[in-house]
Every structure is written in structure tokens, then in C-alpha cells.
Design a protein around this ligand. Structure first.
Ligand SMILES: CC(C)(COP(=O)(O)OP(=O)(O)OC[C@H]1O[C@@H](n2cnc3c(N)ncnc32)[C@H](O)[C@@H]1OP(=O)(O)O)[C@@H](O)C(=O)NCCC(=O)NCCS
Length: 193
């Protein structure tokens, strides 16, 4: 199972993706809007000042969870390849969030690309294909996406996809400690055509 767009191949993960994935997960600019969810799960109080980058070990554990998600749901966060340009530039795809919130259960579309591949339209192109697959093949009725209001690049992707925000859907992310500046999140939705 894979998806193809004009410029991209969205495919299952290969062991060789992990080195590049760990590098992008260790980049503080890529990770500026994350708080290190895996570690927060273990101890939110100790980790409240953790900046968001992932160690090689945590990055590999994340890749393992992505593979497991594909096995359980028949969809997931695709490894994104740009044929002729780069074998792995990050992930884009669908996932089932595991925290409690007013809009759950839900399926989320998300993305994380390595910095050299920003500003080329890859995230939007890959997300469009993922969302279409979610509606057509998986049969989803709605897909959501969420982020902190300061993540304007991510919000721009959501808006290019035709997703819309109702401010009444804004929420406090339960995995971000109270008082943390990125606890507040905006929610975007798109319904199946
Ligand atoms: C979020 C993220 C994927 C967005 O990347 P992005 O490059 O801004 O988004 P796209 O890939 O859709 O590219 C759009 C840009 O490419 C430009 N572009 C260049 N060539 C293009 C082409 N052929 N087609 C379409 N757009 C093109 C667009 O004009 C747009 O530029 P702009 O930002 O100056 O308006 C990236 O910033 C990222 O990985 N951030 C870190 C992880 C993260 O925060 N993830 C989201 C958590 S909720």
C-alpha cells in the first residue's frame, strides 16, 4: 500500500528512514512547537521544561508506534519520499490521537518535514493525498487537525487543504502541562465530500 502524487511517494517506513527521522526530530527548529509527548507521558511534572526535541531512542520508539498504527488501522503517518530528490523527507498522514478531548474519537491529519524541504508545497501535496485516501478508501466521515496558534506554517497547510476552524472547538491539550505557553490549541475540521 502506498500513495503517489505528482512529486511524492507516500510509503510504509523502511529501517533506513530512521537515521534521517532521528535527525529531524533532534532539530530544535523543526520541533519548536512540541513538548516531548513521550517523555511527558512518563512524568509531566519532571518534564515541564523539556524543549521538545527527541533523542534517537525516542525517535525510534515513535517510528515503531507509527508502524504499529499502520498494522492496527490500515492507515497511518506515511514516510514521504521525493523520487529523484530524497529518499525520506519526513512524515505526512493520518493517525488516531490517544488523548481525551471534546472532539474524540477522531482521525487527525498531521505532518513533520525536514527543514530543507519546507517551502516547496510538499506538506500540502502529501496531506491532500492522505485526506483523499482517508475519505475514499478508509471511508472516514471527518478528519481533524490541531496545533498551537503560533504554528502558522501548520495552520496554513490546514487552510490550503480547505479545513476550517470554529473557535468554539479550541482546547487545552491535556498532555501539555497547565500554564505552558503551547497548551492552548486550535482545531480544524474537514468533512467527507
Ligand atoms: C508544518 C510544515 C510541514 C509546513 O511546511 P511548509 O513548507 O510551510 O508547507 P508546504 O509544504 O505546504 O509548502 C508551502 C509553501 O511552499 C511554497 N511552494 C513552493 N513551491 C511550491 C509548489 N510547487 N507547490 C506548492 N507550493 C509551493 C508555497 O508558496 C508555500 O510557501 P509560503 O510558506 O512562503 O507561503 C513544516 O513547517 C514543518 O515540518 N514544521 C515542523 C513540524 C510541525 O510543526 N508540524 C505540525 C505540527 S501540528
Amino acid at each position: 500500500m502506498e500513495l503517489r502524487t505528482d512529486r511524492l511517494l507516500l510509503r510504509r517506513w523502511r529501517p533506513t528512514d530512521r537515521e534521517a527521522f532521528a535527525r529531524l526530530n533532534a532539530d530544535p527548529v523543526v520541533m519548536q512547537h512540541f513538548v516531548g509527548f513521550a517523555r511527558l507521558n512518563a512524568d509531566p511534572v519532571v518534564m515541564q521544561h523539556f524543549v521538545g526535541t527527541l533523542s534517537q531512542e525516542d525517535s525510534d520508539a515513535f517510528a515503531d508506534r507509527i508502524e504499529k498504527h499502520f498494522e492496527e488501522h490500515a492507515f497511518g503517518l506515511w514516510a514521504v519520499e521525493v523520487p529523484g530528490v530524497a529518499p525520506f523527507v519526513g512524515f505526512v498522514g493520518l493517525s488516531v490521537p490517544t488523548f481525551e478531548a471534546h472532539f474524540m474519537p477522531a482521525v487527525e491529519v498531521g505532518w513533520r518535514l525536514d527543514r530543507p524541504y519546507w517551502g516547496r508545497g510538499y506538506a500540502t501535496e502529501a496531506a491532500r493525498a492522505s485526506v483523499a485516501d482517508g475519505f475514499e478508501r478508509v471511508g472516514l466521515r471527518e478528519i481533524v487537525s490541531f496545533t498551537t496558534p503560533i504554528n502558522v506554517a501548520s495552520i496554513a497547510v490546514m487552510e490550503r487543504l480547505g479545513m476550517t476552524r470554529d473557535p468554539n472547538d479550541d482546547f487545552d491539550h491535556p498532555r501539555v502541562p497547565k500554564g505552558h505557553p503551547i497548551r492552548r490549541h486550535v482545531l480544524y475540521r474537514i468533512a467527507a465530500p
